[in-house]
Design a protein around this ligand. Sequence first.
Ligand SMILES: NC(=O)c1ccc[n+]([C@@H]2O[C@H](COP(=O)([O-])OP(=O)(O)OC[C@H]3O[C@@H](n4cnc5c(N)ncnc54)[C@H](O)[C@@H]3O)[C@@H](O)[C@H]2O)c1
Ligand SMILES: CC(=O)[C@H](C)O
Length: 215
Amino acid sequence: MVDFAVDTYGKLDVAINNAAITPDDKPLSEIDMNYYDKLMSVDLRGVVLCLKYELKYFEENNIAGSIVNTSSVSGIRPQPANPAYVAAKHGVIGLTKNAAMDYSPKGIRINSVAPGAIDTPMLRGALDQFGFEPDEYAKQLSMLHRFADADEVAQANAWLASDLSSYVTGTVLNVDGGYTSCKTNIEYTKTSRPKEVNYLFWVYFLFIKCFMITF
Ligand SMILES: NC(=O)c1ccc[n+]([C@@H]2O[C@H](COP(=O)([O-])OP(=O)(O)OC[C@H]3O[C@@H](n4cnc5c(N)ncnc54)[C@H](O)[C@@H]3O)[C@@H](O)[C@H]2O)c1
Ligand SMILES: CC(=O)[C@H](C)O
C-alpha cells in the first residue's frame, strides 16, 4: 500500500488508516471466536500493519508526516453486544497514543478520529441487522438529531493530516454530534423526567393561572 502510494503520488506524507469491518452483535459469553479473530485482524491488526509500514517509510525518508487512525465512539465508551469492535476501537486509541509518544521526537504526528453515527453502508447495515428505525436512532446517537455525512468526518481527518494542526498529536477528535458528551443516550435523557415532576409542574402551572385570573 505504501509502495503504491509512493509510486502513484511520488511520496507519502499523510496517511489515514480507516478500514474496518462491521461491529459484532453478541455479548462475551456468546462470542463467535472466528468473527472475533476476523474483526481483530482488520480493525486492530490492520491499523498496526499500516502504522508499521507508514512509520518505517517516514523514518527512512526523514519525513515529519501525519497519520490519522479511525477509531469510533465505541473506542471511548461501550456499546451493547459489541465486545470485539469496542475492544478493537479502544485499541486503536491506545496505539495512537503510544505511536505519538514514540515518534514525536522525529516530528511525526499521530492522532485519532472517533466518529459517531455516520451515514455509510456500515451504519445502514447495523441498523438493518438490529431492526432500528433510522430517524429514531439518529435522535438517540446525536445531539444534532441526525447522522453525519462521511464528508463531515473527512474534514476532521483533513485538518489533522494537515499542518493546520501542527501542535496536535496523540489526541482523539470526536466527530459524533455530541454523543460522547452525554452520560446516557440522548433521547432517554430528554424523556426521563419522572412522572411526579410532570404532575407537580401542571399543579404549579394551574395554580399560577388561577392566581392570575383571580387577581
Ligand atoms: N459509519 C459509522 O457510523 C462509523 C462510526 C464510527 C466509526 N466508524 C469507522 O469509520 C471507518 C469507516 O467506516 P465506514 O462506516 O465507512 O464503513 P464501510 O463498511 O462503509 O467502509 C469500510 C471500508 O473498509 C474497507 N475494508 C474493509 N476490510 C478491509 C480490508 N481487510 N482491507 C482493506 N480495506 C478494507 C471496505 O472495503 C470499505 O471501503 C471504520 O474504521 C469504522 O469502524 C464508522
Ligand atoms: C459503527 C460504529 O462505530 C458505531 C456507531 O459505534
